[in-house]
Design a protein around this ligand. Structure first.
Ligand code: CP
Length: 310
């Protein structure tokens, strides 16, 4: 692949290669080598036109560990605020002969547009409500590590599915890897055609679904994308869809909890579940973010899994 924009274009073999390469980088990191000269001489632009903690910082760390040169760029500090178009901004950057552009933008489709007007490789770091492919890959890596394999796992995705770009990548990614996916949300937070995402089941009843799940993936209520309060207010949402100590009793003993972050603590997860020592893989997801982003940049820029001496 030349770009990582739409995870639906990636086969099970493609995703397995990315996850296995990420695991190779895990072995390198765990030998305390950390920094490798693998991408020395390449230049990557991080264009973040929307706020980010995890994605931006882990891309930067991944780039430092691969020894490439980086340019951090975007948002209100650029000439976009003077009216410069995305096309002209990208063409300006391409005059520097950059090799890759990592982009986060509130407009769905911005990464596709950048790929069209630039000669650079493009990674989508989250575009509007559309996709967030490296998030889905890091989720798959953490789930595979916790459960041993992905095939046949029953995964429930709970919450604000309507506004979730994570779902746009994660649902097809899980299905491609052989998981059985259930979407769980009030009707107000489901998209008009939830089956179009590629899930196997859709339900509004978390308590009924919970005992069947191996993985419970909680989503954040995206207040910034909601015109009105969710169903019908946060308190009621928490009562019906929040995962807390009481609702944990309905979970299988070996079921794990994921969340992409940032968490609305006390809404979709209480503090007990957020850092649950046996169930929560949320901190491991953050670490997986470095590994899959190293793997994605490395493979897109021409590396092979065998090229990493783990
Ligand atoms: N999960 C995620 O994309 O987090 P950030 O918005 O902090 O990057």
């Amino acid at each position: 692949h030349r770009h990582l924009i739409d995870l639906r274009e990636y086969s099970a073999d493609d995703i397995t290669l990315l996850l296995d390469t990420a695991d190779r980088f895990r072995s390198v990191n765990e030998r305390r080598i950390k920094k490798v000269p693998t991408l020395k001489g390449f230049t990557v632009v991080n264009m973040f036109n929307e706020p980010s903690t995890r994605t931006r910082s882990s891309f930067e760390i991944a780039q430092k560990r691969l020894s490439c040169d980086t340019l951090n760029f975007g948002g209100s500090s650029t000439s976009a605020v003077k009216g410069e178009s995305l096309t002209d901004t990208v063409q300006t950057l391409c005059a520097y002969k950059v090799d890759m552009i990592v982009v986060r933008d509130r407009h769905a489709g911005a990464p596709h547009h950048i790929a069209k007007v630039s000669g650079a490789h493009v990674i989508d770091a989250g575009d509007g409500k559309h996709q967030h492919p490296t998030q889905a890959l890091l989720d798959l890596l953490s789930i595979r590590k916790a459960k041993g394999s992905l095939e046949g796992l029953r995964v429930g995705i709970v919450g604000d599915i309507a506004h979730s770009r994570v779902c746009g990548s994660l649902v097809p990614g899980l299905a491609t890897m052989g998981c059985e996916v259930t979407l769980i949300a009030p009707r107000t937070l489901l998209p008009a055609a939830p089956e179009a995402l590629g899930a196997h089941h859709v339900t509004t009843d978390l308590d009924e679904a919970l005992p069947e799940l191996d993985v419970v993936y909680m989503l954040r209520i995206q207040q910034e994308r909601l015109e009105n309060s969710p169903f019908p207010n946060l308190r009621e949402y928490q009562m019906l869809y929040g995962l807390d100590r009481n609702r944990e009793r309905l979970m299988r003993p070996d079921a794990i909890v994921c969340h992409p972050g940032p968490v609305n603590r006390g809404v979709e997860l209480d503090s007990h579940m957020l850092y649950h020592p046996e169930r929560s893989v949320i901190i491991d997801q953050v670490y997986s973010g470095i590994l899959v982003r190293m793997a994605a940049m490395y493979l897109l820029l021409g590396g092979s899994e065998d090229g990493i001496s783990a």
